[in-house]
Design a protein around this ligand. Structure first.
Ligand code: AMP
Length: 397
Protein backbone atom coordinates (compact mmCIF):
# COMPACT_ATOMS: atom_id res chain seq x y z
CA UNK A 1 0.00 0.00 0.00
CA UNK A 2 1.25 3.48 -0.82
CA UNK A 3 2.26 5.75 2.07
CA UNK A 4 1.52 9.44 1.76
CA UNK A 5 4.94 10.44 3.05
CA UNK A 6 6.66 8.47 0.32
CA UNK A 7 4.31 9.55 -2.46
CA UNK A 8 5.15 12.36 -4.85
CA UNK A 9 2.07 14.28 -6.00
CA UNK A 10 3.98 16.44 -8.49
CA UNK A 11 1.92 17.23 -11.56
CA UNK A 12 -1.06 15.19 -10.35
CA UNK A 13 -4.66 16.22 -9.80
CA UNK A 14 -5.63 14.69 -6.48
CA UNK A 15 -9.16 14.04 -5.27
CA UNK A 16 -9.13 14.27 -1.47
CA UNK A 17 -12.01 13.12 0.76
CA UNK A 18 -11.84 15.14 3.98
CA UNK A 19 -14.05 15.43 7.02
CA UNK A 20 -14.90 19.15 6.98
CA UNK A 21 -18.15 18.55 8.82
CA UNK A 22 -17.56 21.44 11.23
CA UNK A 23 -20.07 23.12 13.54
CA UNK A 24 -21.45 26.50 12.34
CA UNK A 25 -23.22 29.19 14.36
CA UNK A 26 -26.28 31.16 13.19
CA UNK A 27 -24.07 33.53 11.20
CA UNK A 28 -22.57 30.47 9.48
CA UNK A 29 -19.21 30.98 11.14
CA UNK A 30 -17.10 27.95 12.00
CA UNK A 31 -17.16 27.54 15.79
CA UNK A 32 -14.66 24.67 16.12
CA UNK A 33 -11.83 24.27 13.62
CA UNK A 34 -10.48 20.92 14.91
CA UNK A 35 -11.42 19.04 11.74
CA UNK A 36 -10.05 21.77 9.46
CA UNK A 37 -6.79 21.79 11.43
CA UNK A 38 -6.58 18.01 11.09
CA UNK A 39 -6.98 18.23 7.30
CA UNK A 40 -4.17 20.73 6.71
CA UNK A 41 -1.08 18.43 6.68
CA UNK A 42 -2.48 16.24 3.89
CA UNK A 43 -3.47 19.22 1.73
CA UNK A 44 -0.09 20.88 2.31
CA UNK A 45 1.79 17.73 1.36
CA UNK A 46 -0.06 17.64 -1.98
CA UNK A 47 0.44 21.31 -2.88
CA UNK A 48 4.04 21.41 -1.63
CA UNK A 49 4.82 18.45 -3.89
CA UNK A 50 3.38 20.40 -6.83
CA UNK A 51 0.04 18.63 -7.10
CA UNK A 52 -3.41 20.22 -7.38
CA UNK A 53 -5.82 19.32 -4.58
CA UNK A 54 -9.54 18.86 -5.26
CA UNK A 55 -11.18 18.69 -1.84
CA UNK A 56 -14.54 17.08 -1.12
CA UNK A 57 -16.52 16.61 2.08
CA UNK A 58 -19.98 16.51 3.54
CA UNK A 59 -21.37 19.07 5.97
CA UNK A 60 -24.41 18.38 8.14
CA UNK A 61 -27.39 16.39 6.92
CA UNK A 62 -28.87 18.17 3.89
CA UNK A 63 -30.97 15.10 2.92
CA UNK A 64 -29.79 14.73 -0.65
CA UNK A 65 -30.63 18.19 -1.99
CA UNK A 66 -28.93 21.60 -2.11
CA UNK A 67 -29.45 23.67 1.03
CA UNK A 68 -27.50 26.90 1.60
CA UNK A 69 -27.35 26.26 5.34
CA UNK A 70 -25.06 23.32 4.70
CA UNK A 71 -22.92 24.89 1.98
CA UNK A 72 -19.20 24.26 2.22
CA UNK A 73 -18.66 27.85 1.06
CA UNK A 74 -18.93 28.71 4.78
CA UNK A 75 -15.67 26.85 5.31
CA UNK A 76 -13.65 28.46 2.50
CA UNK A 77 -12.28 31.47 4.42
CA UNK A 78 -11.08 29.54 7.46
CA UNK A 79 -9.56 26.87 5.24
CA UNK A 80 -7.74 29.51 3.15
CA UNK A 81 -6.39 31.20 6.29
CA UNK A 82 -5.19 27.95 7.79
CA UNK A 83 -3.56 26.86 4.53
CA UNK A 84 -2.09 30.28 3.84
CA UNK A 85 -3.32 30.27 0.25
CA UNK A 86 -6.48 30.88 -1.76
CA UNK A 87 -9.00 28.05 -1.87
CA UNK A 88 -11.20 28.09 -4.97
CA UNK A 89 -14.80 26.97 -4.66
CA UNK A 90 -17.40 25.55 -7.06
CA UNK A 91 -21.15 25.36 -6.43
CA UNK A 92 -21.46 21.63 -7.04
CA UNK A 93 -19.30 18.54 -6.75
CA UNK A 94 -20.02 17.07 -10.20
CA UNK A 95 -21.04 18.48 -13.59
CA UNK A 96 -19.53 20.37 -16.48
CA UNK A 97 -18.43 23.48 -14.63
CA UNK A 98 -16.77 21.42 -11.91
CA UNK A 99 -14.90 19.32 -14.48
CA UNK A 100 -13.76 22.46 -16.26
CA UNK A 101 -12.48 24.25 -13.15
CA UNK A 102 -10.85 21.09 -11.82
CA UNK A 103 -9.23 20.40 -15.20
CA UNK A 104 -7.69 23.88 -15.33
CA UNK A 105 -6.12 23.83 -11.88
CA UNK A 106 -2.42 24.67 -11.85
CA UNK A 107 0.14 22.85 -9.75
CA UNK A 108 -0.17 23.92 -6.11
CA UNK A 109 -3.77 25.13 -6.41
CA UNK A 110 -6.61 24.03 -4.14
CA UNK A 111 -10.27 23.65 -5.10
CA UNK A 112 -13.09 22.86 -2.68
CA UNK A 113 -16.19 21.17 -4.10
CA UNK A 114 -19.71 21.82 -2.78
CA UNK A 115 -21.24 19.49 -0.18
CA UNK A 116 -21.32 15.90 -1.49
CA UNK A 117 -24.58 15.23 0.36
CA UNK A 118 -26.46 17.72 -1.85
CA UNK A 119 -26.75 14.58 -4.01
CA UNK A 120 -28.48 11.57 -2.48
CA UNK A 121 -26.26 9.42 -4.70
CA UNK A 122 -23.47 10.13 -2.19
CA UNK A 123 -24.96 8.30 0.79
CA UNK A 124 -26.49 5.67 -1.50
CA UNK A 125 -22.98 4.77 -2.63
CA UNK A 126 -24.00 5.25 -6.26
CA UNK A 127 -21.29 4.03 -8.65
CA UNK A 128 -22.21 6.44 -11.46
CA UNK A 129 -21.85 9.41 -9.10
CA UNK A 130 -18.59 8.02 -7.72
CA UNK A 131 -17.24 7.66 -11.27
CA UNK A 132 -18.00 11.32 -12.01
CA UNK A 133 -16.03 12.31 -8.92
CA UNK A 134 -13.21 9.96 -9.88
CA UNK A 135 -13.00 11.49 -13.36
CA UNK A 136 -11.87 14.78 -11.81
CA UNK A 137 -8.47 13.46 -10.79
CA UNK A 138 -5.65 10.96 -11.26
CA UNK A 139 -5.07 10.13 -7.60
CA UNK A 140 -7.50 9.52 -4.72
CA UNK A 141 -6.66 10.26 -1.11
CA UNK A 142 -9.05 9.36 1.70
CA UNK A 143 -8.43 11.31 4.89
CA UNK A 144 -11.95 11.31 6.35
CA UNK A 145 -11.70 8.87 9.22
CA UNK A 146 -15.02 10.03 10.71
CA UNK A 147 -16.93 8.62 7.71
CA UNK A 148 -14.73 5.61 6.99
CA UNK A 149 -17.41 3.28 8.40
CA UNK A 150 -19.82 4.37 5.67
CA UNK A 151 -19.88 2.79 2.20
CA UNK A 152 -20.63 6.12 0.57
CA UNK A 153 -19.68 7.11 -2.97
CA UNK A 154 -16.85 9.45 -1.92
CA UNK A 155 -15.53 7.37 0.98
CA UNK A 156 -15.40 3.90 -0.51
CA UNK A 157 -16.97 3.38 -3.96
CA UNK A 158 -14.85 6.05 -5.66
CA UNK A 159 -11.66 4.13 -4.79
CA UNK A 160 -12.55 1.36 -7.23
CA UNK A 161 -12.03 3.79 -10.13
CA UNK A 162 -8.39 4.31 -9.19
CA UNK A 163 -6.44 1.19 -9.97
CA UNK A 164 -3.34 1.86 -7.94
CA UNK A 165 -3.21 5.56 -7.29
CA UNK A 166 -5.12 5.59 -4.02
CA UNK A 167 -3.89 6.11 -0.50
CA UNK A 168 -4.73 7.33 2.99
CA UNK A 169 -4.01 10.85 4.16
CA UNK A 170 -2.17 11.61 7.39
CA UNK A 171 -5.30 11.61 9.59
CA UNK A 172 -6.36 8.08 8.65
CA UNK A 173 -2.78 6.81 8.83
CA UNK A 174 -2.46 8.17 12.37
CA UNK A 175 -5.84 6.83 13.47
CA UNK A 176 -5.01 3.32 12.24
CA UNK A 177 -1.58 3.44 13.87
CA UNK A 178 -3.10 4.60 17.19
CA UNK A 179 -5.67 1.80 17.28
CA UNK A 180 -3.04 -0.71 16.25
CA UNK A 181 -0.78 0.41 19.08
CA UNK A 182 -3.59 0.03 21.60
CA UNK A 183 -5.24 -3.17 20.40
CA UNK A 184 -2.40 -5.17 18.81
CA UNK A 185 0.92 -3.89 20.04
CA UNK A 186 0.11 -2.78 23.54
CA UNK A 187 2.24 -2.79 26.64
CA UNK A 188 0.59 -4.12 29.77
CA UNK A 189 -1.22 -3.45 31.96
CA UNK A 190 -3.87 -2.33 29.47
CA UNK A 191 -6.82 -0.42 30.96
CA UNK A 192 -9.97 0.58 29.10
CA UNK A 193 -12.26 3.17 30.64
CA UNK A 194 -15.78 3.07 29.29
CA UNK A 195 -18.29 5.74 30.19
CA UNK A 196 -21.15 7.61 28.64
CA UNK A 197 -24.86 7.27 28.89
CA UNK A 198 -25.88 3.81 27.77
CA UNK A 199 -24.57 0.25 27.66
CA UNK A 200 -26.47 -0.42 24.46
CA UNK A 201 -24.21 1.98 22.49
CA UNK A 202 -21.02 0.40 23.76
CA UNK A 203 -21.81 -3.27 24.23
CA UNK A 204 -19.86 -4.52 21.21
CA UNK A 205 -16.80 -2.60 22.33
CA UNK A 206 -17.12 -3.79 25.93
CA UNK A 207 -17.28 -7.40 24.78
CA UNK A 208 -14.32 -6.94 22.47
CA UNK A 209 -12.28 -5.25 25.20
CA UNK A 210 -12.85 -8.17 27.56
CA UNK A 211 -10.59 -10.18 25.24
CA UNK A 212 -7.89 -7.53 25.27
CA UNK A 213 -7.58 -5.66 28.55
CA UNK A 214 -6.32 -6.31 32.07
CA UNK A 215 -8.62 -3.70 33.63
CA UNK A 216 -12.03 -2.59 32.42
CA UNK A 217 -13.33 0.48 34.23
CA UNK A 218 -17.02 1.19 33.71
CA UNK A 219 -18.36 4.57 34.80
CA UNK A 220 -20.99 7.09 33.79
CA UNK A 221 -24.69 6.50 33.22
CA UNK A 222 -24.17 2.92 32.08
CA UNK A 223 -22.77 1.80 35.45
CA UNK A 224 -26.18 2.00 37.19
CA UNK A 225 -27.58 -0.79 35.03
CA UNK A 226 -24.79 -2.97 36.46
CA UNK A 227 -25.62 -1.98 40.04
CA UNK A 228 -29.29 -2.71 39.52
CA UNK A 229 -28.35 -6.04 37.94
CA UNK A 230 -26.33 -6.85 41.08
CA UNK A 231 -29.35 -6.16 43.28
CA UNK A 232 -28.40 -2.60 44.24
CA UNK A 233 -30.77 0.30 44.85
CA UNK A 234 -30.09 2.94 42.23
CA UNK A 235 -32.83 5.51 42.94
CA UNK A 236 -33.80 7.29 39.75
CA UNK A 237 -30.40 6.89 38.06
CA UNK A 238 -30.28 6.15 34.36
CA UNK A 239 -31.00 2.42 33.94
CA UNK A 240 -31.66 0.31 30.87
CA UNK A 241 -34.04 -2.27 32.30
CA UNK A 242 -33.88 -4.38 29.16
CA UNK A 243 -30.10 -4.68 29.58
CA UNK A 244 -29.97 -6.16 33.09
CA UNK A 245 -29.25 -9.66 31.82
CA UNK A 246 -26.64 -8.30 29.49
CA UNK A 247 -24.94 -6.56 32.43
CA UNK A 248 -24.90 -9.87 34.35
CA UNK A 249 -23.42 -11.63 31.33
CA UNK A 250 -20.67 -9.02 31.11
CA UNK A 251 -19.86 -9.45 34.81
CA UNK A 252 -19.65 -13.25 34.35
CA UNK A 253 -17.57 -12.94 31.21
CA UNK A 254 -15.11 -10.65 32.97
CA UNK A 255 -14.64 -13.28 35.69
CA UNK A 256 -14.21 -16.05 33.15
CA UNK A 257 -11.62 -14.06 31.21
CA UNK A 258 -9.89 -12.90 34.38
CA UNK A 259 -10.39 -9.25 33.56
CA UNK A 260 -10.51 -6.88 36.51
CA UNK A 261 -13.88 -5.19 35.88
CA UNK A 262 -14.05 -2.11 38.07
CA UNK A 263 -17.27 -0.28 38.82
CA UNK A 264 -17.41 2.98 40.79
CA UNK A 265 -17.96 2.42 44.53
CA UNK A 266 -19.73 5.74 45.07
CA UNK A 267 -21.48 8.54 43.21
CA UNK A 268 -22.37 12.18 43.48
CA UNK A 269 -26.15 11.87 43.44
CA UNK A 270 -28.66 14.65 42.70
CA UNK A 271 -32.40 15.07 43.12
CA UNK A 272 -32.75 16.45 39.60
CA UNK A 273 -30.92 16.45 36.28
CA UNK A 274 -29.56 19.99 36.52
CA UNK A 275 -26.58 21.83 37.89
CA UNK A 276 -28.55 23.51 40.70
CA UNK A 277 -29.98 20.26 42.04
CA UNK A 278 -29.48 19.16 45.69
CA UNK A 279 -26.53 16.76 45.84
CA UNK A 280 -24.98 14.29 48.24
CA UNK A 281 -22.59 11.34 48.14
CA UNK A 282 -23.93 7.80 48.08
CA UNK A 283 -22.71 4.23 47.84
CA UNK A 284 -23.77 2.92 44.45
CA UNK A 285 -25.60 -0.08 45.92
CA UNK A 286 -27.57 2.28 48.21
CA UNK A 287 -28.64 5.35 46.24
CA UNK A 288 -31.55 6.99 48.12
CA UNK A 289 -34.98 7.14 46.53
CA UNK A 290 -35.50 10.28 44.48
CA UNK A 291 -31.77 10.68 43.72
CA UNK A 292 -29.79 9.88 40.58
CA UNK A 293 -26.06 9.29 40.12
CA UNK A 294 -24.59 12.01 37.93
CA UNK A 295 -20.87 11.65 38.64
CA UNK A 296 -18.51 9.16 40.22
CA UNK A 297 -17.68 9.90 43.86
CA UNK A 298 -14.33 10.48 45.64
CA UNK A 299 -13.73 6.80 46.51
CA UNK A 300 -14.27 5.79 42.89
CA UNK A 301 -11.99 8.59 41.72
CA UNK A 302 -9.23 7.31 43.99
CA UNK A 303 -9.74 3.71 42.89
CA UNK A 304 -9.83 4.48 39.19
CA UNK A 305 -6.93 6.95 39.30
CA UNK A 306 -4.79 4.33 41.00
CA UNK A 307 -5.53 1.73 38.30
CA UNK A 308 -4.98 4.24 35.50
CA UNK A 309 -1.67 5.47 36.87
CA UNK A 310 -0.34 1.89 36.98
CA UNK A 311 -1.29 1.26 33.33
CA UNK A 312 0.97 1.26 30.30
CA UNK A 313 -1.79 1.34 27.68
CA UNK A 314 -5.04 3.28 28.12
CA UNK A 315 -8.16 3.55 26.02
CA UNK A 316 -10.82 6.03 27.14
CA UNK A 317 -14.25 6.18 25.60
CA UNK A 318 -17.01 8.19 27.26
CA UNK A 319 -17.21 10.52 30.29
CA UNK A 320 -17.82 9.06 33.76
CA UNK A 321 -20.35 11.74 34.68
CA UNK A 322 -22.40 14.56 33.28
CA UNK A 323 -19.24 16.62 32.77
CA UNK A 324 -21.13 19.28 30.82
CA UNK A 325 -22.47 20.53 34.20
CA UNK A 326 -19.82 21.97 36.55
CA UNK A 327 -21.15 20.20 39.66
CA UNK A 328 -20.79 16.81 37.98
CA UNK A 329 -17.52 17.29 36.06
CA UNK A 330 -15.04 16.37 38.76
CA UNK A 331 -14.92 12.61 38.14
CA UNK A 332 -14.33 13.03 34.41
CA UNK A 333 -11.72 15.70 35.10
CA UNK A 334 -9.84 13.49 37.56
CA UNK A 335 -9.90 10.59 35.10
CA UNK A 336 -8.46 12.88 32.42
CA UNK A 337 -5.78 14.04 34.87
CA UNK A 338 -4.89 10.47 35.82
CA UNK A 339 -4.55 9.58 32.13
CA UNK A 340 -2.31 12.62 31.60
CA UNK A 341 -0.18 11.58 34.59
CA UNK A 342 0.15 8.01 33.29
CA UNK A 343 1.07 9.35 29.85
CA UNK A 344 3.78 11.52 31.39
CA UNK A 345 5.17 8.32 32.94
CA UNK A 346 5.37 6.67 29.51
CA UNK A 347 1.94 5.09 29.01
CA UNK A 348 0.25 5.27 25.60
CA UNK A 349 -3.23 6.82 25.85
CA UNK A 350 -5.87 6.87 23.13
CA UNK A 351 -8.90 9.07 23.71
CA UNK A 352 -11.76 8.19 21.45
CA UNK A 353 -15.34 9.10 20.91
CA UNK A 354 -16.63 12.65 20.71
CA UNK A 355 -17.46 13.18 24.36
CA UNK A 356 -14.25 12.04 26.02
CA UNK A 357 -12.32 14.06 23.43
CA UNK A 358 -14.50 17.08 24.29
CA UNK A 359 -13.79 16.48 27.99
CA UNK A 360 -10.02 16.35 27.47
CA UNK A 361 -10.25 19.64 25.57
CA UNK A 362 -12.48 21.21 28.23
CA UNK A 363 -9.89 20.46 30.92
CA UNK A 364 -7.09 21.65 28.65
CA UNK A 365 -5.26 18.32 28.71
CA UNK A 366 -5.28 17.74 24.95
CA UNK A 367 -1.49 18.01 24.74
CA UNK A 368 -0.92 15.62 27.63
CA UNK A 369 -2.44 12.48 26.13
CA UNK A 370 -0.93 10.40 23.34
CA UNK A 371 -3.68 10.60 20.71
CA UNK A 372 -7.19 12.00 20.44
CA UNK A 373 -9.24 10.28 17.76
CA UNK A 374 -11.32 12.35 15.34
CA UNK A 375 -13.75 9.52 14.64
CA UNK A 376 -16.75 8.68 16.83
CA UNK A 377 -18.71 5.84 15.26
CA UNK A 378 -15.83 4.94 12.92
CA UNK A 379 -13.43 4.56 15.83
CA UNK A 380 -15.87 2.39 17.78
CA UNK A 381 -16.39 0.11 14.79
CA UNK A 382 -12.69 -0.12 14.09
CA UNK A 383 -11.92 -0.94 17.72
CA UNK A 384 -14.65 -3.57 17.62
CA UNK A 385 -12.69 -5.20 14.82
CA UNK A 386 -15.19 -4.48 12.06
CA UNK A 387 -14.10 -3.88 8.48
CA UNK A 388 -14.61 -0.23 7.58
CA UNK A 389 -15.57 0.21 3.90
CA UNK A 390 -13.46 3.37 3.55
CA UNK A 391 -10.40 1.56 4.86
CA UNK A 392 -10.94 -1.69 2.99
CA UNK A 393 -11.41 0.16 -0.31
CA UNK A 394 -7.80 1.30 -0.14
CA UNK A 395 -6.15 -1.49 1.83
CA UNK A 396 -7.52 -4.36 -0.25
CA UNK A 397 -6.12 -3.31 -3.58
P1 AMP B 1 -21.93 8.78 25.10
O1 AMP B 1 -22.25 9.61 23.90
O2 AMP B 1 -22.66 7.49 25.18
O3 AMP B 1 -20.45 8.64 25.33
O4 AMP B 1 -22.54 9.57 26.34
C1 AMP B 1 -22.01 10.79 26.74
C2 AMP B 1 -23.01 11.46 27.61
O5 AMP B 1 -23.25 10.65 28.75
C3 AMP B 1 -22.55 12.79 28.12
O6 AMP B 1 -23.32 13.78 27.52
C4 AMP B 1 -22.77 12.71 29.61
O7 AMP B 1 -23.42 13.84 30.12
C5 AMP B 1 -23.68 11.50 29.76
N1 AMP B 1 -23.53 10.89 31.08
C6 AMP B 1 -22.42 10.52 31.70
N2 AMP B 1 -22.69 10.05 32.94
C7 AMP B 1 -24.02 10.14 33.11
C8 AMP B 1 -24.90 9.81 34.18
N3 AMP B 1 -24.43 9.34 35.33
N4 AMP B 1 -26.22 10.02 33.99
C9 AMP B 1 -26.67 10.53 32.83
N5 AMP B 1 -25.90 10.85 31.78
C10 AMP B 1 -24.58 10.65 31.92
Amino acid sequence: MKKINQYNFKGKRVLVRLDLNVPLNEQFEVTDTTRIDAAIPTIKKIVNDGGAAILMSHLGRPKGEPNGKFSLKHVVNVLSQKLGQEVKFVNDCIGEEVSQVAGQLDAGEVLLLENLRFHKAETEGDAGFAKKLANLAEVYVNDAFGTAHRAHASTAIVASFFEEEKLFGFVIEQELAAVDKVVQNNERPFTAIMGGAKISDKIMLIEKMLDKVDNLIIGGGMSYTFFKAMGGKVGKSLVEDDKLNLARTILDLAKEKEVNLSLPIDSVVADDFNNEAQTQLADNMEIPNGFMGLDIGPKAIEDFSELIKRSKTILWNGPVGVFEMSNFEDGTKKIAEAIAAATAEGAYSLIGGGDSAAAVNKFDLQNQVSYISTGGGALLEYLEGKTLPGIAAIEDQ
